[in-house]
Design a protein around this ligand. Structure first.
Ligand SMILES: [Zn+2]
Ligand SMILES: [Zn+2]
Length: 411
């Protein structure tokens, strides 16, 4: 990006000569947002380019010190510094623009056509929509050709004319004399801003920009098995290209809501299923929630807490081959009864008696620990399965919240 200004660079950014790099960055961001050509209210392409040029210098320590010492002449080549496009600075600029505007600034030489910017849209899906896929209509705001002027930028009765300064090329050679001698630079034509044409009387609909931002609806077929963080590309749905250039794309970034019953791990679905002490001991049939509604599951007699039972093909369809489905894993939690009625207590005591369960230690059997013995550690899932700590932590978390809500609802 060649320097296209004779104004003081600090003044352009509105910062003092000893501003920190953070202050410079901040000032640039504020002004760039205001002046960016896509901003319909306050956009100003010429001022924006001047601002970008000023920032390119002042955000680079080497260039800034050259400028501080020699002014504009220090930057116009020959100082062992730079000339023309500086890729490092440009990468930084593009990054900043993509943060603000969803697109990127394209550097280098202008071609006659320009591809439109890509647009990014976030899409929230609920859990089941992501599992089974869904049709969605999203609204985007993209640059389209202005209908008032048919994309020419000129008011009715006027047509854009070839720029006299650059003869329609968009760039001119400029000789600069410095104390080191004469240098020739190729710079963007200041008369037409590189367009190659001039609009005598601009269209009022688009302020001569030939494009306007319009709302547009896009229909999306979200495939079954999509997951948080995945991106869908909708080709050619982004900003229209300038001068009939090809359109950009739309990227849809998906985020999926959590579900109160299900925890997803790829194509596997985990479910926590509490059963009572007697159900686990005797075996039983229960209804377990699944993404296809409640399904019958046989709990075998003697099931221990933490047992994982598999319900085949009740998981998430594989994104790439939807006929292949994951399984649902049921984590059985045996609940020890807490509030016992007198009858229940008596029955349990009888059971303990029958099984010869020892309730108290004889004096000589007790371990010689003076302190209170620790409560026995609950054999939780955490200890049993260490396959994937993240999913186990997630499960543990859900169990905890579930337990909390269970106990609070009892009150
Ligand atoms: Zn020109
Ligand atoms: Zn127009």
């Amino acid at each position: 990006m060649a320097i296209m200004t004779n104004r003081d660079l600090y003044e352009i950014l509105g910062v003092s000569k000893n501003a920190s790099s953070d202050q410079i960055k901040k000032a640039f961001r504020n002004k760039a947002r205001h002046l960016h050509p896509d901003n319909m209210d306050s956009g100003d392409e010429a001022a924006f380019k001047e601002l970008a040029a000023a920032y390119e210098v002042l955000s680079d320590d080497n260039k800034r010190s050259l400028y501080d010492r020699y002014g504009h002449e220090g930057l116009s080549g020959g100082m062992g510094g730079f000339d023309g496009v500086d890729l490092g600075a440009f990468a930084d600029l593009s990054e900043i623009f993509s943060q603000f505007f969803g697109g990127t600034v394209r550097g280098g030489r202008r071609s006659t056509v320009e591809r439109g910017s890509d647009l990014k849209v976030e899409l929230h899906l609920d859990f089941l929509e992501a599992v089974f896929g869904v049709k969605k209509t999203i609204t985007i705001k993209r640059l389209e050709n202005c209908t008032a002027c048919s994309g020419t930028g000129a008011a009715a009765g006027h047509t854009p004319v070839k720029c006299v300064t650059c003869a329609g090329v968009g760039q001119i050679r400029q000789a600069t004399s410095t104390f080191l001698g004469q240098f020739t630079q190729i710079i963007t034509c200041p008369n037409c801003q590189g367009e190659g044409t001039r609009v005598e009387k601009p269209c009022t609909g688009c302020k001569g920009r030939a494009q306007v931002r319009k709302s547009c609806e896009i229909e999306l077929n979200i495939p079954a098995g999509i997951d948080s963080g995945l991106r869908l590309r909708v080709p050619n749905a982004g900003d229209y290209g300038k001068r009939n250039g090809p359109p950009g794309d739309v990227y849809v970034v998906v985020s999926v809501e959590e579900h109160q019953d299900f925890i997803r791990e790829g194509t596997t679905i985990h479910v926590r299923q509490p059963v009572s002490f007697s159900q686990a001991a005797l075996g039983c049939e229960i209804l377990v929630p699944s993404v296809e509604g409640a399904k019958t599951l046989k709990i075998p007699a003697g099931t221990q807490t933490g047992t994982v039972l598999v319900m085949k093909e009740l998981g998430v369809p594989n994104l790439n081959s939807p006929t292949v489905r994951g399984d649902q894993l049921v984590h059985v939690i045996v609940e020890t009864p807490t509030k016992l009625s007198a009858v229940e207590r008596r029955l349990l005591e009888q059971l303990a008696d029958l099984r010869g369960d020892k309730m108290n230690l004889e004096k000589e059997e007790k371990a010689p620990t003076p302190e209170k013995s620790e409560a026995p550690k609950h054999k939780s899932l955490k200890n049993k399965k260490q396959k994937d700590p993240s999913i186990i932590d997630k499960l543990a978390d859900v169990f905890r919240t579930r337990d909390d809500s269970d106990s609070s609802s009892e009150k």
